[in-house]
Design a protein around this ligand. Structure first.
Ligand code: SF4
Ligand code: SF4
Length: 177
């Protein structure tokens, strides 16, 4: 094998390795991303390749049913759709096991309603949370925010905010059940 061939093989391996860690299709928003888990409050992030995304998973009870536990600093990969500051996760690749969270149409493989709700007596109707929800689960009814439990993925952006931006409900009206 010539030096030139070895160089070509090494180059190809490098390209494949990079693609396995972080590939994005700008046309569809589909991303494969490898990194380390970082948990902040209720929220789960993945950090790697100089980027950080919040993971939009499924409600905790659905993750429990799928026996998915995401541990601080653990290395894994996810595939899904980029949605605002996060990834709507379809698949988790962990220790050579692939867990499917959503089908090809984006529907959760296990339906468990989200457990986040608004206390109407505390909500001041500022609407700040509505535009922040990545899945459009918050609507307004009689000047109060209301969360659709069938849509909520328990990302906790509405209550806890997101890095460098929205700080969460200013009056603490949104809580996990
Ligand atoms: S951010 Fe809080 S106070 Fe404002 S609308 Fe949403 S729940 Fe109500
Ligand atoms: S309602 Fe709140 S916790 Fe549920 S998906 Fe929307 S922003 Fe996330």
């Amino acid at each position: 094998m010539t030096g030139r061939t070895i160089l070509m093989i090494l180059l190809l391996a490098l390209i494949v390795g990079i693609n396995a860690q972080d590939t994005t299709d700008p046309a569809t928003g589909w991303i494969s991303f490898e990194g380390s888990i970082n948990r902040i409050g209720h929220r789960v992030f993945i950090q790697g390749q100089g980027s950080s995304y919040q993971l939009f998973l499924l409600p905790q009870r659905a993750l429990d049913s799928l026996q998915i536990e995401l541990i601080q600093d653990e290395k894994l990969a996810v595939a899904g759709i980029v949605l605002g500051p996060g990834i709507l996760v379809y698949q988790i690749f962990k220790a050579e096991v692939v867990t499917q969270l959503r089908d090809s149409e984006g529907k959760p493989v296990i339906f468990v309603p989200g457990g986040v709700e608004v206390a109407p007596s505390r909500c001041i109707g500022c609407k700040l949370c509505v535009s922040q929800c990545p899945v459009g689960a918050i609507s307004f009814v009689q000047r109060k925010a209301v969360i659709d439990p069938a849509k909520c993925i328990e990302c906790y952006i509405c209550s806890e905010g997101k890095p460098g931006g929205f700080k969460g409900c200013p009056v603490g009206a949104i809580k996990g059940k």
